[in-house]
Design a protein around this ligand. Sequence first.
Ligand code: DC
Length: 214
Amino acid sequence: MVITIDGPSGSGKSTVAKIIAKDLNISYLDTGAMYRVVTYYLLENKIEINDQESVSKALSNIKINFVNQDVYLNDINVSKEIRAEEINLNISQVASYFQVRNFLVKMQREIGQVQSIILDGRDTGSVVFPSADYKFYFDASVEIRAQRRFEQNQEYGILDSKEEIKKSIQRRDYLDCNREHSPLVIPEGAIVIDNGLMTVQDLVQTVLRKVKKI
Ligand code: DC
């Protein structure tokens, strides 16, 4: 079984996907973390982010693994580092390159072919698994999404202000929705849930009712 959740930053995708994965005893794949790992590698190795050819060449040096809830770059746990604001500032450029997208989409499909998964991102229902069993699209106002990201950041010890986070989210919303390759769209056949006023429990139950048909 494949379940996809797409939507903008802070729309509740990863919180809900983790709970659903546990409930259904399936794997969770955070595709945003994969784009973050690539961006982190490029910055750490001082590769010119605006030079598409250099970025493409670097991809063969990148190995990404997930162990429990942690993500590893070439066997080093980078779960915290990939949440830094420097990554947010550069990630949209990296995610706009079709070579980067092809590289990660191939990996995501390979993971989804051998096990039941729930994955979240910007193109999981539109490009990665267009024939997924269940497709969802989450949304909420930018104020609510900034508040959620603010709370999530604190878990990682990142202390940016709410106003900074809101601006960063608005910038990424624009870039993610307007890029040439795989922009953020509502996938065909996706169930759209505007969850700004819903609790996490309500949202989880809404998804589970659709998936379990209860
Ligand atoms: O979900 P997130 O905020 O961690 O995602 C970070 C960025 O990665 C997001 O701004 C766009 C990019 N991304 C993407 O282009 N496609 C995906 N499937 C997931 C994330």
